[in-house]
Design a protein around this ligand. Sequence first.
Ligand SMILES: Cc1cc2nc3c(=O)[nH]c(=O)nc-3n(C[C@H](O)[C@H](O)[C@H](O)COP(=O)(O)OP(=O)(O)OC[C@H]3O[C@@H](n4cnc5c(N)ncnc54)[C@H](O)[C@@H]3O)c2cc1C
Ligand SMILES: NC(=O)c1ccc[n+]([C@@H]2O[C@H](COP(=O)([O-])OP(=O)(O)OC[C@H]3O[C@@H](n4cnc5c(N)ncnc54)[C@H](OP(=O)(O)O)[C@@H]3O)[C@@H](O)[C@H]2O)c1
Ligand code: SF4
Ligand code: SF4
Length: 549
Amino acid sequence: MAYVVTQSCCADASCVVACPVNCIHPAPGEPGFATAEMLFVDATACVGCGACATACPVDAIKPASTLTREEQPFVAINADYYDCFPHHDRTPLSVVVAQRRLVERRVRRVAVVGAGPAGLYAADELLKHPEVEVDVYDRLPTPYGLVRAGVAPDHPHTKRVEKLFRAVEDQPGFRYLLGVEVGTDLDLADLRQHYDAVVYAVGASSDRSLGIDGEQLPGSLSATDVVGWYNGHPGQQDLEVPLDHPSGRAVVVGNGNVALDVARILTRDPAVLERTDMAALPWAALSRSGVREVVVLGRRGPAEAAFTLPELVGLVGLVDDGVLDVVVDTGGAAIPAGGRKLQILADLASRAPRAGVARIVLRFHTRPIEIEGDHETGVRGVVVERDGVRETLETGLVLRAIGYRGRPVADLPFDEATGTVPHEAGRVRPGLYVAGWVKRGPSGFIGTNKTCAEQTVSSLLDDLDAGLPAPSGTRAELDALVAARCPDAVDLAAWRRLDAEERRRGATRSRPRAKIVDVAEMLRVAHAAPAPARRRRYPSKVREVLAGR
Ligand SMILES: Cc1cc2nc3c(=O)[nH]c(=O)nc-3n(C[C@H](O)[C@H](O)[C@H](O)COP(=O)(O)OP(=O)(O)OC[C@H]3O[C@@H](n4cnc5c(N)ncnc54)[C@H](O)[C@@H]3O)c2cc1C
Ligand SMILES: NC(=O)c1ccc[n+]([C@@H]2O[C@H](COP(=O)([O-])OP(=O)(O)OC[C@H]3O[C@@H](n4cnc5c(N)ncnc54)[C@H](OP(=O)(O)O)[C@@H]3O)[C@@H](O)[C@H]2O)c1
Ligand code: SF4
Ligand code: SF4
């Protein structure tokens, strides 16, 4: 029975090498892999062995017979790929490639700055070399970057990639120094003194602005902040998100997956969100929300929409469940033919919205001109323009979801135009590297960072083999420095205590975890003395043996 790749695929290609008949594509190195929204199984070649499902970190591959109704469209989506790109060569890829080895077998220490997907994939790649030790830093006391603070709470499958990150953490040579901000607590000179090489994987934590009047008014917010707010980022918990405007409407600017994420979260049933790991205060605010309609503004047409097919299919699932309407508004322009995404949008455009059902309006060819309101009462509306015609959409909440943006990184060069650190194959200069969004800019899926980190680590290993100056400081000196500057730094054992406590608190309310959002409380829980181990009571015969009798 054939297996099918479904919505939560993050394109990391773990399944590709697991497949004995080479029927999952595009594979790394093939055209289209770098930009693939997801991978696809060729049902005509699949022998149903299930090896891919075991390899998948986010449980995205399932036997066709176990798909839910919402997942059924993925059968055709997988097949579509092979209609366009038939793969006739079925030579298995699962040949074991010889593991690269460092020329000189002495201990090397590498600092990875940022414990998001890029940092952890880089650590994983480095730890394939037994002589390499990796210290992973993060400014937060918690790891996983946007997997914890970005991925939507109602996408629990995607968050399962944490399982993979736990396996990375468990490898010998891995250490965490969480709650340490590089650039503030330690700088690059400190790291260069104590490590053979430093990899920055600090992401792109800022947002882009629209540059229109009224953007600074209360109620005009960036999706970056709102996503951090509902995901429990400690820096965003005081955010004021007005959800009570009499119009019952919120407006989201931008047409990417982040725009769909926030639109969906704003319209989801609080009872569903209650069973997720959404932070407590945002959940309370959303459960009182008066928002019934979210208008998503795309400045271009359906053919240019940046949101991906799997995410659109996810929305259609909610429409079919009767909990959401998706209205497609092109202002009368025809939706062109050309692929399944446009077909779905055309189908949605022909459906009439239902009374009493929350709705997302995908309004294309529309750009915001000005946000109206005042500093006392906040946003009142947004003036939009389509085909030269202006109109005001009443609302108290405007969210710009027009892309993230990298911030300049202390001690590193920065390209203002792209918001990234200039590099060549991940190398900024020998000994200094970048991976992930700070390297490529804010695009791509979790798994995209794996290929990206592999390239960076390959450059790093080349430089180690070519000869890099050895660090002058010892590990003991580094530990003393960190202890002096960041006495509360969180190591792996402390993170696991915090993780276990969040899961314990969540389990009491049937939630995957109840996130702790206050840094002081995080540190208290992380550093709490472990409960004393209960003494094992051995049977008397064993006690006698242990006592040497
Ligand atoms: C809202 C949103 C939802 C997403 N949902 C999905 C999804 O469902 N599926 C999917 O496949 N992809 C998703 N993505 C994309 C995915 O999250 C990114 O591709 C990925 O997280 C980028 O990895 P990164 O490691 O480069 O950056 P990040 O994940 O941002 O990690 C960077 C880390 O660096 C740390 N850091 C920053 N500065 C410093 C410093 N000075 N010192 C120490 N540490 C520092 C940060 O705290 C952070 O932990 C989503 C992205 C967003 C924005
Ligand atoms: N579930 C998932 O897999 C998931 C979830 C969230 C994010 N992600 C990934 O994370 C990455 C970032 O996502 P994103 O949504 O932030 O970015 P994105 O995919 O780059 O989308 C940005 C959107 O903003 C629009 N935009 C930019 N400037 C604008 C302006 N001045 N006025 C109006 N619209 C403007 C763009 O339109 P134009 O095209 O016209 O420029 C585009 O539609 C993406 O690769 C995404 O796939 C994945
Ligand atoms: S079930 Fe087996 S044959 Fe089918 S795609 Fe997965 S690994 Fe390949
Ligand atoms: S997430 Fe990775 S392993 Fe799972 S289906 Fe997608 S590419 Fe394959």
